[in-house]
Structures are given as structure tokens and as C-alpha cells.
Design a protein around this ligand. Structure first.
Ligand SMILES: [Zn+2]
Length: 391
């Protein structure tokens, strides 16, 4: 296996080595170095970024011969290679990868829950754990324990052991079946797993671990978590949010959720009350319209600010008082409905037949239809036309 400096010293952000092989594929230079500080994508951890001889490293991967290939847009030339890592990104990976080891170890030790997958990305980090029913309290206890381990500043060590020895070790995860030595990552006196990623040297450097979201995925639970500065930024954002909410409701931070819940309940109650009063008013209106009706046709224009739901409510109130054809307009939208006997009048047909003539668009069923007109003039013309036709 090619020398991998990132195993020996994951903190090395600058390194001088040699370009030993150089090829061209898909318009990009494929570069092999004598030794490398760039981590190739794998095991849930993304590729490192940075520069080789001032040329940006686009991607790093391991080929089938276990060689680390660095993909560059320009030719770095043979010989001397000055390598510079994107350290900010690397440290983010080291922190979040170690954070995952801590979470995985605690979930297994405490609840016997295995970690099934892990994914690091620029925006968030996730891990899938083998349970579809994670209780809120379980998660809180696990988070507390992980942060306690961080505070203890335990050493994180890595070393290679022969496969036979790895099989004898008490490891959380089964070692892979490979011919070469297995790399073990150990958190002092707490956890040891086979892993090929980059990690911080002491748990204290993880800073803090906070799970920010959970979701069910294929019978498992996906944990979205943040470490270190990312967790702190998230805390800052949420702290501001809670303070803003508490101020807006003139409440303490502790009581603001109960206040918002109470406000929402009150709002729902007021909406129910409003609807009841609206229905009552439309009942009075229906009574008046029925009293004034000549024949079976009732045409009425509702105020636009009464809302679209006023039309069907009015229609129901009228129907509870007799048999009619009702044309109820809200702005330039017309609701047509009838409860006349005989079944000859088809309102959908009527809308389709004459609506388009006046620029109307809509349709419905034989006893209920809606049609929308571009202008009040067109709506009025349509009403005049179908009044002649239908009655
Ligand atoms: Zn790892």
C-alpha cells in the first residue's frame, strides 16, 4: 500500500513529496504521489480538497490497486509536489467523524443499538442507527454521555493490527475480511473499531455533539448531528430564535412554547366562532333572498372579503329553505348550484357551453359548478345569458 501520511499525522496540512505517476482521463490529470496527506473518499467520509503545486485538487479516490488518485484540472508536472490541504474542511471531517464514533459507541454500549451507516457532507452529517423506535429520553441520555466523554478529553489512537489479531479483539464492529493489516481506531478505554478515516487526537477537540434532527429511514433512525463550531453556530441561531419568540410574546424563554401552543388553540377557537357567526349571517341573508325570490332563480353577489367559502355556505342555507337554482358570485368567480327536481338542468354542461364565450374557465358536476371570469362585465354577461337559457 502506498504511503499515507494522513494516517501517521492527520494534522499535517502542508507536505512536500513527489509526483510519481501522471495520467490523463476524462480531460483531468490523474496524479499519484509518493506519499499523501489527502484522504480519498470512502467509509462515509468525503474526499479532501486542497492544492498540489497551486493547482486545485478536485477529487481524491482509491483505485482497485489501492492507489490514491488525485484528480487535477491542470498538469502538476513530475517530481516535486507541494501539497496544501483545505484544513478547515479536513478538521470538520475529523471532528464529525470522531463525533460519530462517540455516538455509535454510546448507542451500542447503552442500548445495544448498532450503527448501520454514516455520511459526512459540507452541510450536515448523518448516521443511521438500527432502531425504528428511538425514544426522546434515550437520545437525550446518549447525547449527555457523549458530551461527558468529550469533557474527559480521552485520547483517540489509531494503529494497524494483523487480521488474525483484529478478529481476537473486542471490537464494536466486525473487522473487514481483507488480506492486509486492519486499522483500528481506539477511544482510550472506551471503544475500538476498524476504521480508515481521519479523527482528532483527543475527544475534547470534538467540542460538543448535538443531534439536531431525527427521521425514520427504512426502519432505521437517521440522526442529523453537529459537532464543535457547527453545533455552537446552531445553538447561537436557535438561542436568538427563542429570545426573539419570547420577546414577541412578552414571555420567559421557559414559558414561550406553552404560550405559543395556547395562542394557537385560541386562534382555532376564534376561527370556529367566526365560522359559526358567518353561517348565522348567511342564514339571515338566505332567508331574505328566499323571501324576495321570484321563481326558482336566486342571483346574489357576495362581498369579496367574505371569502370564497361564503358562497357554498350561502347555497346550503338557501337549499335548507327550498328548491332553487343559485348563482352566487364572489368577485368575478361564480358558484352555480341547484337542488331542483327532474334532473334536466346540468350546470357543468351550462358552464362548458357558454362559459368560454365570455372568457370563463371552470366546470363541475350537474348540480354544482364553478367558473372564473377575467372581468365583472364578462361575469354579468354570462349570468344574463344563462338566466335566459335555464329558466
Ligand atoms: Zn472513523
Amino acid at each position: 500500500m502506498q504511503n499515507r501520511q494522513y494516517y501517521l499525522d492527520p494534522y499535517q496540512a502542508e507536505y512536500r513529496t513527489e509526483v510519481t505517476e501522471l495520467g490523463l482521463a476524462d480531460g483531468h490529470y490523474q496524479v499519484i504521489l509518493a506519499n499523501t496527506i489527502f484522504y480519498p473518499e470512502g467509509g462515509g467520509q468525503p474526499t479532501d480538497k486542497g492544492f498540489i503545486n497551486g493547482i486545485p485538487v478536485l477529487h481524491v479516490y482509491e483505485n482497485s490497486d489501492q492507489q490514491v488518485i488525485h484528480v487535477l484540472p491542470e498538469d502538476p508536472g513530475f517530481g516535486r509536489a507541494v501539497c496544501v490541504l483545505d484544513w478547515q474542511q479536513r478538521f470538520y471531517h475529523m471532528q464529525h467523524h470522531t463525533g460519530q464514533h462517540l455516538l455509535s459507541a454510546v448507542f451500542y454500549r447503552k442500548y445495544g443499538i448498532q450503527t448501520m451507516g454514516f455520511h459526512l457532507s459540507e452541510k450536515y452529517s448523518t448516521m443511521d442507527i438500527e432502531t425504528g423506535a428511538l425514544a426522546k429520553e434515550q437520545l437525550m441520555v446518549a447525547e449527555q454521555e457523549v458530551n461527558h466523554l468529550i469533557q474527559q478529553n480521552l485520547a483517540v489512537k489509531s494503529y494497524f493490527v494483523p487480521t488474525t489479531e483484529a478478529e481476537r479483539m473486542t471490537l464494536l464492529r466486525k473487522p473487514p475480511q481483507v488480506d492486509s493489516d486492519i486499522r483500528i481506531v481506539e477511544i482510550e478505554s472506551f471503544d475500538a473499531v476498524p476504521c480508515c478515516g481521519t479523527h482528532v487526537a483527543n475527544t475534547g477537540e470534538v467540542g460538543i455533539v448535538k443531534v439536531v434532527k431525527t427521521e425514520r429511514v427504512r426502519g432505521m433512525t437517521r440522526l442529523y448531528y453537529r459537532c464543535g463550531l457547527e453545533a455552537f453556530k446552531d445553538y447561537q441561531f436557535k438561542h436568538d430564535l427563542v429570545i426573539g419568540l419570547a420577546n414577541a410574546f412578552s414571555n420567559s424563554e421557559q414559558d414561550v412554547l406553552a404560550r405559543v401552543t395556547a395562542e394557537l388553540e385560541q386562534k382555532a377557537e376564534l376561527e370556529r366562532e367566526l365560522r359559526r357567526i358567518k353561517q348565522q349571517l348567511l342564514g339571515y341573508l338566505a332567508h331574505e333572498l328566499v323571501a324576495q325570490a321570484q321563481g326558482r332563480l336566486i342571483v346574489h353577489h357576495l362581498d369579496a372579503d367574505q371569502g370564497l367559502d361564503a358562497a357554498p355556505l350561502l347555497i346550503n342555507e338557501i337549499f335548507s329553505r327550498g328548491r332553487f337554482l343559485v348563482l352566487a358570485a364572489v368577485g368575478s368567480r361564480l358558484f352555480l348550484s341547484h337542488n331542483l327536481e327532474g334532473g334536466k338542468l346540468d350546470l357543468n354542461d351550462l358552464v362548458k357551453k357558454y362559459g368560454a364565450e365570455y372568457g370563463g374557465r371552470g366546470g363541475g358536476k350537474s348540480d354544482f359548478a364553478q367558473v372564473y371570469f377575467p372581468s365583472m362585465g364578462q361575469l354579468e354577461a354570462f349570468i344574463a345569458r344563462i338566466t335566459e337559457e335555464s329558466i
